[in-house]
Design a protein around this ligand. Structure first.
Ligand code: FMN
Length: 176
């Protein structure tokens, strides 16, 4: 079973989350790889059983390299190549009050839904949910007004738990 994590990360914080998601998927027995959005292409999605997308929040939405990636693989929609694969998302954002984390998660998931993928949200029993949990996926706050800048160990634990959860769902569906 193959899990591909595609990440858009200008200053490396979301990339650390991506590594934790991949580690979690490996914990569940998956072969997991992390690709930067700039380097990812259709072949990486076609060969995956699950795709997990991560992005830094830029101006209330996903980073432009992630948007460009979606546009590069849009033809897969015509072919229906990703229908039935599993998809999930995570983000890192500055401070809560600046906004955009939830919107960005939804934007990422919407692209996966458009391809007919089955979305895996983050449930509230997963490790790390209390500090990094959002029902759409893990969030790391990297410039909070109070507390430690993320991704903290709790944020990374949430990412790892979510990666494991996604891979477990692939196994449960008998894919891969
Ligand atoms: C151009 C730009 C726009 C940003 N816009 C937002 C924003 O709208 N909301 C927010 O919470 N953080 C915003 N941030 C902060 C980033 O989301 C945050 O630093 C994130 O952790 C960066 O992830 P990265 O290290 O993976 O690039 C912005 C950062 C940049 C560089």
């Amino acid at each position: 079973m193959k899990v591909v994590v595609v990440v858009a990360s200008q200053t490396g914080r979301t990339a650390r989350m991506a590594d934790a998601v991949a580690e979690g998927a490996r914990d569940a027995g998956a072969e997991a790889s992390v690709l930067r959005a700039e380097d990812a292409g259709p072949e990486h999605l076609e060969s995956a059983d699950a795709v997990v997308l991560g992005s830094g929040v830029h101006m209330g939405g996903m980073e432009s390299s992630m948007r460009a990636f979606f546009e590069r693989v849009a033809h897969l929609w015509m072919q229906g190549s990703l229908v039935g694969k599993l998809g999930a998302a995570f983000v890192s954002a500055g401070a809560g009050a600046r906004g955009g984390a939830e919107l960005t998660l939804l934007g990422l998931l919407a692209n996966l839904a458009e391809h007919g993928m089955l979305l895996v949200p983050m449930h509230n029993r997963l490790e790390g949910f209390e500090s990094a949990g959002c029902h759409w996926g893990p969030v790391a706050w990297t410039n909070p007004r109070n507390g430690q800048a993320g991704p903290t160990s709790d944020h990374l634990a949430a990412c790892r738990a979510h990666g494991r959860w996604v891979a477990e769902q692939v196994a449960r569906m008998g894919a891969g």
